[in-house]
Write a new protein. Structure first.
Length: 293
């Protein structure tokens, strides 16, 4: 099967405050093995033999004022090596007008989207955004709406508890394509938390301008749990349909606990009962369409 990896990172440690500074608790647990460079050559070695034909780089939290430098560096790497084929950059959507930043970013021809992480949680280790309802902020809504004019997608990263402001954002920007990060970030498999996540998935799936990314499913358990992958993938695909689902490795974060092959195998096993066209959509076609590959 031809695979498009719609979510991976490469980095130089010196560019990332969270890797080069003091150890800060992160959502994915201890990360000492990643406090180093992770170059495209290592990523390509990691995917060797997996059938990956293209990949989308997603911003890796450089300092906010270095967003253009990050996109430029990725462009240089792509020109030198042919990888990645597309990228998702950072822009601060809380400013009054994001368009000057977008004008700079789209000068890099592989930029296809923007990620600003909006997830907020009562657990401070899981928290990234300044407040839970940031998705519904007037500036954010206005700026995300501008993305459609640039043919850029918005990578939507939220927890289930933020579903109301997230839906308000999506509804206010019907011409913008949203990609739900990490299938909605199921952080708790208790009955109540699972039910809330499932309702959130259904609410977003009812909006036709939202796709769901099957990525980062080991974030909270710090392992490849094939049963959990099958559960999340099954529910997400049932809600969105395979034509609005896409695979992403979240490498090298998931490299903390697995190699690329076993991670991909778990997702392929989770989708084994689907027909060939459905699996092609999840692992290749949807990403090609969304990121214009």
């Amino acid at each position: 099967m031809r695979i498009v990896d719609s979510h991976f990172h490469i980095w130089r440690r010196a560019d990332l405050p969270w890797l080069s500074g003091p150890m800060v608790p992160r959502i994915f647990g201890p990360y000492e093995p990643l406090r180093r460079d992770y170059p495209i050559s290592e990523y390509r070695a990691d995917i060797a033999g997996a059938g990956v034909v293209a990949a989308v780089y997603v911003q890796a939290n450089w300092a906010p004022d270095q967003a253009d430098a990050e996109a430029a560096w990725i462009e240089d790497v792509a020109r030198e090596t042919g990888w990645p084929q597309a990228s998702v950059a950072y822009a601060d959507m809380t400013v009054r007008d994001v368009r000057p930043a977008l004008d700079r970013l789209v000068r890099h021809p592989r930029v296809r989207g923007i990620r600003q992480q909006l997830h907020w949680h009562e657990n401070p280790v899981y928290r990234f955004a300044a407040r839970a309802d940031l998705a519904a902020d007037a500036n954010v809504v206005r700026n995300v709406g501008h993305l459609a004019d640039y043919r850029l997608v918005f990578e939507l990263q939220i927890f289930a508890g933020q579903i109301e402001p997230a839906c308000r954002l999506v509804d206010a920007c019907p011409d913008t394509t949203f990609v739900l990060q990490h299938a909605g970030m199921l952080e708790d498999t208790s009955a109540a938390a699972f039910a809330a996540w499932r309702e959130a998935i259904a609410a977003l799936a009812a909006r036709p301008n939202v796709c769901a990314k099957l990525s980062g499913l080991g974030t909270f358990v710090h392992r490849v749990d094939r049963d959990l992958v099958a559960l999340i993938a099954g529910e997400t695909i049932a809600a969105f349909g395979p034509q609005r689902c896409l695979w992403g490795s979240n490498f090298p974060i998931e490299k903390l606990w697995t190699a690329y092959g076993p991670l991909l195998d778990a997702h392929e096993a989770a989708t084994a009962a689907l027909d060939e066209s459905a699996r092609a959509a999840i692992f290749h076609d949807t990403a090609c369409r969304v990121y214009r590959l």
